[in-house]
Design a protein around this ligand. Structure first.
Ligand code: FAD
Ligand code: SF4
Length: 451
């Protein structure tokens, strides 16, 4: 696995090996390969007691809420349940080690800011909380699992958990050792360009980043109004800069900037092959609480007991909900990855391009030109964002990127712009804000940073 020219980690196959020489056993571990079982098949085999739902997969229980004990919630991206579950498995003696993503010190030869690592204590587990919208890969930790006996839990995005399930079908040692699988919901994965772009806007150049926090909670703001914090150097001086995501350019997830291409061919939003899945409760009644809240899907009976005991002892505060509520908390994600996917599959087939087999059927969306244009623009924006980012870095000019994507971005945003009296209202508010807020200073700072 290594970084490609656009900052995505990719599997590289030596040129001496032909595609036809790659053993079937290896191909069938890839979550996108033709030979792989799909999420329904894997889920049905793993969780025969579960109810099936077309959005969250086989499941026993669904919840909304957060951790009440300790500082899990304060340290976590959402309600802290992700780290709490790992910690609880450790406390109960059900695992010896946890595999998840933590910070690393970038070096000259290896610039990665984050990587999968092994935690051996509850303190190490808590130190790796928070979401890393950053390229990661599992080769080192899987080698470690193969070589080191023990009982493990692993945290990953849905396609990584599916890959582990497929690997366990090939090599029994992984089925024996990895005993718990925790998935975080996933909108899409970003290349390293995303963190570099946000840091650069804050004044820290890509090579000067020490670390970033993508999900800094902002007191008394809605949970989705989080901030981005970067630690690094500006002109040799150590700095820590924090900016609201709203004030940074290109942070709307719908734009899909810096998105991996594979993510446009993925239909699993919550991690249907995991024992438990955790995401953000993007729902009225939860989103207003800046401290963060989780949406949770429980599939494994052992975790059902652990969660129920946590609720009974008031260490976690959760309310049981139907699967439909979980799906509602991820409405945009499901629209993009089910309806949007059906259109992207149609386009691939029309162009006679290879694409993975999916549970979603191709659809032309002939009667909905708005829908088609939005999804065309998303694909185009993701593609050009990689290209312009490379040029911006090569030329050391941030403005190359912002100017390069601006035409498509404006066209995309027009589809979400308010109309009629709403447009007049928003225009008025913006005019007032322009007078009250130092926008010009902010823009000046951005263009200064870009030089
Ligand atoms: C790329 C990405 C996309 C996401 N998209 C969505 C989305 O569309 N909708 C949504 O509701 N939630 C999404 N999430 C999940 C969300 O950001 C939170 O991670 C989740 O709600 C858990 O929060 P928590 O407070 O319970 O966990 P925490 O206590 O903060 O623990 C998070 C755990 O996840 C691990 N982790 C962090 N980053 C990664 C990574 N890249 N790969 C594997 N493990 C990692 C950490 O090591 C830690 O163990 C996404 C997360 C990532 C990394
Ligand atoms: S969107 Fe799908 S393919 Fe992309 S990282 Fe998330 S789970 Fe993997």
């Amino acid at each position: 696995m290594r970084f490609d020219q656009f900052g995505a980690l990719q599997a590289f196959i030596p040129a001496t090996i032909l595609d036809s020489q790659i053993p079937e056993a290896i191909l069938s571990v890839c979550p996108f390969s033709e030979g792989a079982a799909n999420e329904d098949e894997i889920g049905r085999a793993l969780y025969p007691e579960g109810k099936q739902d077309s959005h969250v997969g086989f499941h026993l229980e669904c919840y909304l809420g957060h951790v009440a004990e300790g500082d899990f919630r304060a340290r976590g991206s959402s309600g802290g349940i992700g780290s709490w579950v790992l910690s609880e498995l450790f406390r109960l003696g059900l695992i010896d080690k946890a595999i998840h993503v933590g910070e690393r010190q970038p070096t000259q030869g290896d610039p990665r800011l984050f990587a999968f690592a092994v935690s051996n204590s509850m303190e190490e587990i808590r130190a790796k909380s928070k979401s890393r919208y950053y390229p990661i890969e599992m080769s080192e930790v899987l080698r470690f699992v193969r070589e080191t006996p023990g009982r493990y839990a692993i945290v990953g995005v849905p396609c990584f958990i599916k890959a582990i399930r497929l690997l366990a079908r090939q090599e029994a040692i992984f089925a024996e050792r990895i005993q718990f699988h925790i998935s975080i919901f996933c909108g899409h994965l970003k290349t390293a360009g995303f963190s570099e772009f946000l840091a650069w806007q804050s004044g820290v150049l890509p090579d000067e980043i020490r670390t970033v926090d993508f999900r800094k909670k902002v007191p008394n703001q809605p949970a989705h109004s989080y901030a981005f914090e970067v630690e690094g150097k500006i002109k040799g001086r150590s700095v820590k800069k924090c900016n609201s995501m709203r004030d940074l350019y290109g942070t709307d997830w719908g734009l899909g900037l810096f998105k991996y291409k594979a993510c446009d061919f993925c239909d699993d939003v919550v991690g249907e092959t995991a024992d438990i899945s955790v995401g953000d409760a993007w729902l009225p009644g939860f989103v207003g609480d800046w401290r963060g809240s989780n949406a949770i899907v429980v599939r494994d009976p052992r975790l059902r007991v652990i969660v129920a005991e946590g609720i009974a002892s008031k260490r976690i505060e959760l309310q049981a909900v139907e699967a439909a509520q979980i799906a509602k908390s991820q409405e945009g994600g499901f629209r993009h990855r089910r309806d949007g996917l059906s259109y992207r599959l149609f386009l691939s087939d029309k162009a006679h391009q290879w694409r993975p087999s999916k549970r979603v059927m191709p659809k032309a969306w002939r009667d909905d030109s708005r829908f088609r244009e939005i999804h065309d623009l998303r694909m185009a924006l993701a593609k050009v964002s990689h290209q312009y980012w490379k040029v911006a870095k090569d030329t050391k000019k941030l403005s190359v990127f912002t100017a390069g994507i601006s035409r498509l971005k404006r066209r995309y945003e027009r589809y979400y712009a308010p109309t009629g009296w709403k447009r007049a209202f928003v225009f008025g508010i913006n005019a007032i804000m322009e007078v009250l807020l130092p926008w010009k200073a902010r823009l000046r700072r951005m263009s200064k940073n870009s030089k």
